[in-house]
Every structure is written in C-alpha cells, then in structure tokens.
Design a protein around this ligand. Structure first.
Ligand code: HEC
Ligand code: HEC
Ligand code: HEC
Ligand code: HEC
Ligand code: HEC
Ligand code: HEC
Length: 452
C-alpha cells in the first residue's frame, strides 16, 4: 500500500495582470494578482482534495515590502490609493497590503466552488531586480523590470510539518497607453509627461458627450485634480463590481477645480463599460488611426507589450493570434463583446471563439468545456474543472494565454518538475501513485461538467 503523500499545483488566474507605472493621475486597474492552488492527498485510492486540516501559504519571491516601498512607481500607489479607494490602507505595519487584505505573503483560503485554495488581490508589481529577468521595457524610459514573478506555495499540516511545495509564475506588466499618450499630450499642448498626458486626456474627455474634464475632478476636495479611477463611472467587472459605483457616491466631498465648463450635475455614471469606451473609441477614431493604422488588430498597443508578449501559450506555437480567438477591435465592439466584458457569454473558450468570431476550435465532444460555473467574472476556461470534475482546467493546462507547453521556460517549470514534460499534466502517476507512469490524456469526456 502506498503511503499518503501530498501534492500542490498552483497557477495565477489570468495569464497576465496589467499595471500602470504611476497611480498619481488615474487608475485603470489596481495591483491585483490572484493565485489558486489545488492540494491533492494521494494514496492507493483516487486522489482526495482536502478542505481542512492543512494550511496553504504563499510567498512572493522577487517583490519585497522594502523593495516596493522604495520603488518610485509603486510608491505612487502607496500615496494615492487611499484617495482612490477611501478607507483602504496600502501599508499596514510596514507591510504592503492589497485591496482584499492580502500582502506579499500570507495564507490562502479554501474556495469550494473552484475546489482550490485562493489568495486574491496580491499587490504584485514588476520590480527592477538588476538581473537577467528584467525583460520588460519601461514605456517612460526607466530601467527594465521583471514581469514574470515567482510565488512559492507551501502546504503544512496542523503540526507545522511541510507536506508539499510548488512554485508558480505571477505575471504582471505595464500596458501600452503611454506609448501613444505622451505624444497625444504634446499634440494637445501639454508636456510629454504622465501629468501632461492626464491633462490632455481630461481635456479630450471634456469634449466628449459627458462634458467631464476628468483632470479637473478633485476626489477628496484637497484642491488637486485626480487621481481618478475610470471604473467608478465605466463598469468594470474586473473590479468585482456589477454596476459602476459612481464617482460622486465614492467621493461625496469631491470638488470641481476652477476652469471647468461642467457642473456637479454632469458628473454621472456612463452608460458604457470600461471595455467599451477603451476598445470602441480607439478602434474608430481618425487620430488614433493616424498614429497606428493597424490598431484594429494591434492588441499589443495597449495589452502588455513592452518587449514581452502576454500571450505565450501553446496556441501561439500553433499559429493563433489575439484576433483568431477574440476578433478585431471593431468586431469586439460591433458584436457586443465589450458591452458584456470579462464574461463567459462573450469570451472565447476551448470549444468556441469569442462572440461574433468564426473559426473552428477543439471538439466539444472530445474536450467539452462543460460550461463551467456561473460567474460574472471571467470565462469557461478559468471558471471550470474537468477530468471527473475535481481538477481545474488551469491546474493541468496552466493560465490562459500561457497554456502548456508555453513559449516561456518559467511558465513550463512547474509541469516539468511534476512530470518531466512541459506538456499539460498527463502523467497519471503524478496524481494516482498506482496508475501509469507514462504520459497520456486524462479522461475529458465523462463527468466533465462541474455543474450539478
Ligand atoms: C495607438 C495610440 C493610442 C493608444 C495605444 C492609446 N491611445 Fe488613447 N487616444 C489616442 C488618440 C490619438 C486619442 C484622441 C486624441 C485626439 O482626439 O486628439 C486618444 C484618446 C483617448 C481618450 C479621450 C477619449 C475621449 O474622447 O474621451 C482617453 C480617455 C484615452 N485615449 C485613454 C487611453 C488609455 C487608458 C489607453 C491605454 C489603455 C490608451 N488611450 C491607449 C491614441 C492612443
Ligand atoms: C465622473 C465619471 C467619469 C469618469 C471618472 C470617467 N468617465 Fe469616461 N465617460 C463618462 C461619461 C458620462 C461618458 C459619456 C458616454 C456615455 O455614457 O454615454 C464618458 C465617455 C468616455 C469616452 C468616450 C466614449 C465614446 O465612445 O464616445 C471615453 C473614451 C472615456 N469615457 C474614457 C474614460 C477613461 C479612460 C477614464 C479614466 C481615465 C474615464 N473615462 C473616466 C464618465 C466618466
Ligand atoms: C486602446 C487600448 C486597447 C487596445 C488597442 C486593446 N485593448 Fe483590450 N483592454 C484594454 C484595457 C485597458 C482593458 C482592461 C479593461 C477592464 O479592466 O475592464 C482591456 C480588456 C480586454 C478584455 C477583457 C474585457 C472584455 O472586453 O471582455 C479583452 C477580452 C480584450 N481587452 C481583448 C482585446 C483584443 C483582442 C484586442 C485587439 C484586437 C484589444 N483588446 C486591444 C485596452 C485595449
Ligand atoms: C487561442 C485563443 C486565444 C488567443 C490567441 C488569445 N486569447 Fe485572450 N482569451 C482566450 C480565452 C479562452 C479567454 C477566456 C479565459 C477565461 O476567462 O476562461 C481569454 C481571455 C482574455 C482576456 C480576459 C482575461 C481573462 O483571462 O479572462 C483578455 C484581456 C484577453 N483574453 C486578451 C487577449 C489578447 C490581448 C491576446 C493577444 C495578445 C489574446 N487574448 C489571445 C483565448 C485566447
Ligand atoms: C488532469 C489533467 C487535465 C485536466 C483537469 C484537463 N485537461 Fe485538458 N488535457 C490534458 C492533457 C494531458 C491533454 C493532452 C495535451 C496534449 O496533447 O499536449 C489535454 C488536452 C486537451 C485539449 C486538446 C488539446 C489539443 O492539443 O488537442 C483540450 C481542448 C482540453 N484538454 C481542454 C480542457 C478543458 C476545457 C478542461 C477543463 C474543463 C481540461 N482540458 C481539463 C489534461 C487535462
Ligand atoms: C492533476 C491530477 C490528476 C492527473 C494528472 C490525473 N488524474 Fe485521474 N483523477 C484525479 C482526481 C482528483 C480524481 C478524482 C476525481 C473526483 O473525485 O472528482 C481522478 C479520478 C480518476 C478516475 C476515476 C476513478 C473512478 O473511480 O471513477 C480515473 C479512471 C482516472 N482519474 C484516470 C486517470 C488517468 C488514466 C490519468 C493519466 C492519463 C489520470 N487520471 C491523471 C486527478 C488526476
């Protein structure tokens, strides 16, 4: 009889989280990486996924509290985040704290829906390490930074004995807005700086139907414009919201700075989601097309980008690009994808491309995605389990856009360590000590759906 052993397999939920160099003017997305770990208890029978009697913890490796506090970019998050999220403290007892109360290390919580241990909202940020892993260029001209971070995950029993460990990639990188918007600032008579860019963006936003120059919004009434979180007015499910909270509701003491041509009555929630305003506006604007005639297919103009490519999974080796699965910007806009962003109804899955896009994908008979569990955030790949219903698709296949075997060695290292191959986890004995030690394709068809 085989002795009881444990294994842990962990992945970041998204293939890449987007960050901005500075938070002093406006915020697209906060520092917020989420790791999910599945713990397996192995013996002679089928693997069991223990839900208690163990602690699962994570530790970021390249990001440290001291490093982030001293980082010129991250320190703007520490200074300005309390204005963007009233009541939130980004530093607690000298430690960096994310929006959901998780820091750079901590314990993970069991989630019965995904059958995984989760740490949400880890405040990961691309650091300057001075080593060869600094492969992301800085759009503002600073030193290169490390976008593929490491988290070590450890499982212990109640006596404190380590039962299993693993390491996974926590990816976070800068998007590409600055590469155009520093020029947009100059074209509008402002300096070629993040501040100038914000003022130009504000001026342009004041000329759209909202009339709101966002650079003249002062959230806390201290007489200084910004910082502004776009998704207070433009719904963004990635912020965990199902309606836009409204700038005036979040900042009841807000002021409008002198020189504005709009009033408090104009400060309204938009009818358009954040995805709609960004994708739809930039796909159709003549001045954008003058800067980048291929913007319709050039997703890396905004998505990271900066010397790295967030899409690095096996499907890239197979010749697919963003547009094959998601469609062009104009298709995303016209098909209604951007009206229902981050949603299973509009995102691609393994069986179908995104809403409004044609193309043949993996057979739903051989590899049914099973629908996944209902969620207002993310799609049928992230929110899904397969192989008899307990194992997340991501646990065997990796994060979306970094699916195994990825083009990046670091993303492959976990599966290589588990089974000696960078392919999806298919060596049965990794999880079933008494089954075959050769690699194969675990059953995808029987009992695949996670839904009751
Ligand atoms: C390919 C270049 C390019 C990229 C990349 C780009 N922009 Fe723009 N953006 C423009 C241009 C050009 C305009 C319009 C300028 C004008 O009308 O003078 C614009 C306008 C805007 C406006 C004002 C729209 C309005 O009328 O209210 C906002 C806000 C904006 N961009 C935000 C962003 C953000 C945020 C990003 C990154 C996620 C981004 N842009 C990426 C080129 C770009
Ligand atoms: C105080 C609320 C508010 C804030 C904050 C805000 N917006 Fe808007 N925005 C609006 C409203 C209202 C409209 C008008 C569109 C509508 O709802 O019909 C609009 C329109 C836009 C448009 C033009 C869309 C189009 O197709 O005409 C863009 C682009 C845009 N916003 C981008 C942004 C970005 C980027 C940010 C953050 C930097 C931002 N907005 C912050 C309220 C806001
Ligand atoms: C002008 C900048 C810009 C360009 C160009 C752009 N994106 Fe985005 N995209 C963003 C930003 C910013 C977000 C995050 C929005 C949020 O947090 O809701 C985003 C989010 C998304 C999402 C998730 C939300 C949703 O709508 O479901 C998808 C999918 C997406 N982009 C696909 C694409 C594809 C495919 C392309 C190229 C055809 C592309 N994007 C080009 C700025 C851009
Ligand atoms: C092989 C198909 C495929 C390609 C190519 C692809 N994606 Fe995706 N993308 C997906 C799938 C599937 C999802 C939904 C994952 C989920 O939530 O279940 C997704 C989701 C997203 C999201 C939302 C975040 C998330 O993971 O849910 C964004 C943003 C996005 N893709 C952008 C891009 C960009 C930008 C590119 C190109 C650089 C790209 N994708 C290339 C299949 C693809
Ligand atoms: C226990 C591990 C495991 C789980 C769980 C799992 N898969 Fe797989 N899957 C594999 C392996 C191994 C392969 C074979 C990959 C290869 O041929 O390189 C595979 C193949 C596939 C393929 C075909 C890929 C190709 O290249 O032909 C698809 C599509 C797929 N899986 C989708 C899913 C989806 C969707 C889920 C979740 C509902 C899922 N898988 C869950 C291990 C798993
Ligand atoms: C990543 C871990 C993992 C891998 C790899 C894996 N399995 Fe499994 N398998 C499980 C888990 C967990 C269960 C129990 C499912 C449940 O309880 O919902 C299971 C259940 C099964 C069952 C169902 C047993 C029953 O009583 O019905 C069979 C058969 C099976 N696996 C065969 C395989 C084969 C063959 C392979 C290799 C090709 C394989 N598995 C690879 C995790 C894995």
């Amino acid at each position: 009889m085989a002795a009881t052993t444990y294994k842990v397999i962990a992945y970041n939920d998204l293939g890449m989280h987007c960050a901005c160099p500075t938070s002093s003017n406006f915020l697209l997305l906060p520092p917020f990486n989420t790791i999910r770990a599945q713990v397996l208890q192995l013996g002679t029978n089928d693997p069991i996924l223990p839900t208690s009697g163990i602690t699962v913890s994570y530790q970021m490796v390249e990001d440290t509290d001291a490093g982030l506090i001293a980082d010129a970019y991250f320190s703007t998050w520490i200074s300005y985040a309390p204005k963007i999220f009233p009541g939130y403290q980004p530093l607690v007892g000298g430690k960096v704290m994310g929006l959901t109360g998780n820091g750079l290390s901590g314990t993970m919580t069991y989630d019965a829906t995904s059958k995984s241990w989760i740490a949400t909202g880890i405040p990961a940020f691309p650091p300057v390490t001075g080593t060869a892993t600094d492969v992301m260029t800085d759009p503002l001209g600073g030193p290169n930074r490390t976008p593929y971070l490491t988290a070590n995950v450890t499982v212990k029993n109640t006596a404190g004995t380590t039962l299993a460990t693993t390491s996974t990639v926590v990816p976070v990188a800068f998007g590409g807005c600055c590469s155009c918007h520093l020029d947009v600032a100059v074209a509008n008579g402002f300096p070629r700086t993040p501040d100038g860019s914000f003022k130009a963006m504000g001026k342009l936003h004041g000329q759209n139907s909202s009339k709101i120059d966002i650079s003249l919004l002062d959230p806390d009434g201290d007489g200084v414009g910004g910082p502004i979180r776009c998704s207070e007015c433009h719904l963004d499910p990635a912020m965990g919201e199902t309606v836009a909270p409204g700038f005036a509701n979040v900042h009841p003491n807000f002021k409008i700075l002198p020189g504005a041509t709009f009033t408090k009555a104009d400060v309204k929630v938009s009818t358009l989601t954040f995805s709609q305003v960004l994708h739809n506006f930039h796909s159709g604007n003549a001045k954008v097309l003058a800067m980048d005639p291929n913007i319709d297919t050039n997703c890396y103009a905004c998505h990271p980008g900066n010397g790295i490519e967030c899409y690095r999974g096996s499907m890239k080796t197979d010749g697919f690009n963003c547009v094959s699965c998601h469609g062009t910007l104009s298709v995303r806009a016209s098909s209604g994808q951007t009206a229902q962003p981050w949603n299973a109804a509009t995102l691609p899955s393994c069986n179908n491309p995104a809403m409004g896009v044609t193309g043949s994908c993996h057979s739903s008979t051989s590899y049914p995605d099973g629908g996944g569990w209902a969620s207002s955030f993310e799609g049928k790949y992230i929110n899904n389990r397969g192989h008899k219903g307990s194992i997340l698709c991501t646990t065997c296949h990796g994060s979306p856009h970094a699916d195994a075997p990825a083009t990046t060695a670091k993303d492959n290292s976990q599966n290589l360590a588990m089974q000696g191959s960078a392919k999806a986890l298919g060596k049965c004995s990794v999880c079933h000590p008494t089954k075959s030690t050769s690699w194969g394709v675990p059953n995808h068809t029987a009992g695949n759906s996670v839904l009751p």
